[in-house]
Design a protein around this ligand. Structure first.
Ligand code: AN7
Length: 347
């Protein structure tokens, strides 16, 4: 399958000099969630971004950011990350032949993501501090040392991530009524909105969905309107207190007629379990904040009936096995013995 850069050549700022490499990003499944949709009284879909090459939506933006960095002659890239950006940056840097530095909040990155950054050969630097501090350091170093920064302050990242919105319109044949995303640095929700607006301006769709952003209660600056100095949540991907794209995202949410809301860690983990056990779809905790948000909207009487809703399931559940195992009841263990097995199966 052609990569994103080939497929959307006419929609991206690509020149003859842009190297069109790919790892097969994009083209992810739009999964209809029959049971949960019925319970909520809506037509519900999940855009399963965990099917990207490094297991998250970051690959859509990273392929373009890395191609442009290579085109512009960069030798090395840098990013701060709660995990997924670092995994994606490390993989695409390897693919494009660039050196990669990643700054991670010490002890707060899911194991799958950390393993990825390491195996793809990035130089991993663990920062005793949170993501927001790591990003300040990365920005400073990028300016001082001339490294290309591949966080979502890089406009190509968000441009590439618009492709998720385009795929949804193409597959459904229409834009959804609501588009619901988990929000950390607020880049993806901004990118989706820009993607829908671009398609509307091209005459490909007639309307833009209401953009709905869900944050974790312990890291919800866009709900409270105040930055959050000590963000905390089980959804470490969105453990961010000062979203760099906060202003743009607030604008997008407002003009689209959507809203921001927050959900507790307990609701996030409950939604994760529900998505996996009722629909067979395993997404990491942050990715399940949208479902928790929809359930809350339903309880509060704010969810209209029969609307078409798409949630972006931003990252693969395998990224963070500890989120499951630390809550799992003890696993049934027996000897290699037929009688014992029979006894268990009859319970
Ligand atoms: C699974 O990797 O910020 O609101 O450094 O990994 O665009 O930040 C990750 C963010 C949602 C939030 N879901 O997206 C990083 C990082 C998952 C994520 C988000 C992230 P933005």
């Amino acid at each position: 399958m052609a990569g994103l850069l080939e497929r959307y050549k006419n929609y991206f700022p690509i020149t003859e000099k842009t190297p069109l490499k790919t790892l097969g990003e994009g083209g992810t499944p739009l999964v209809k969630l029959h049971k949960i949709g019925k319970e909520l009284g809506i037509e519900l879909y999940g855009k399963y971004e965990g099917a990207n090459p490094t297991g998250s939506f970051k690959d859509r933006g990273m392929v373009l950011a890395m191609a442009k960095a290579a085109e512009e002659g960069a030798k090395a890239v840098i990013c701060a990350s709660t995990g997924n950006t670092s995994a994606s940056a490390a993989a695409y840097a390897a693919r494009f032949g660039l050196k990669c530095y990643v700054l991670l909040p010490a002890g707060k990155v899911a194991l799958g993501k950390l393993s990825q950054a390491l195996v793809y050969g990035a130089k991993v630097i663990s920062i005793r501090g949170n993501f927001d501090r790591a990003l300040e350091l990365a920005k400073g170093a990028s300016e001082e040392m001339g490294l290309a920064i591949v966080n979502s302050v890089n406009p190509y990242r968000l441009w590439g991530q618009r492709s998720g919105a385009w795929e949804i319109c193409e597959e459904l044949g229409f834009p959804p009524d609501w588009m619901v995303l988990p929000v950390g640095n607020a880049g993806n929700i901004t990118a989706y909105w820009a993607g829908f607006v671009q398609y509307k301006n091209k005459g490909k769709i007639k309307s833009v969905p209401k953009m709905v952003g869900i944050q974790a209660e312990g890291a919800s600056p866009l709900v409270s309107g105040k930055s959050c100095p000590n963000p905390e949540t089980v959804a470490t991907a969105i453990r961010i207190g000062r979203p760099v794209n906060g202003k743009k995202a607030t604008w997008a949410v407002r003009v689209s007629g959507g809203f921001f809301s927050s959900v507790s860690d307990e609701e996030i983990l409950q939604a994760q379990k529900e998505l996996a056990s009722k629909e067979g779809v395993f997404a990491e905790p942050a990715s399940c904040a949208p479902l928790a948000g929809l359930k809350r909207a339903k309880r509060d009487g704010k969810l209209p009936k029969d609307i078409a809703v798409v949630m972006v399931l931003t990252g693969n559940g395998l990224k963070d096995p500890q989120a499951i195992l630390s809550r799992q009841e003890e696993i049934c263990e027996i000897d290699g013995d037929e009688a014992q097995l029979r006894e268990v199966l009859m319970r």
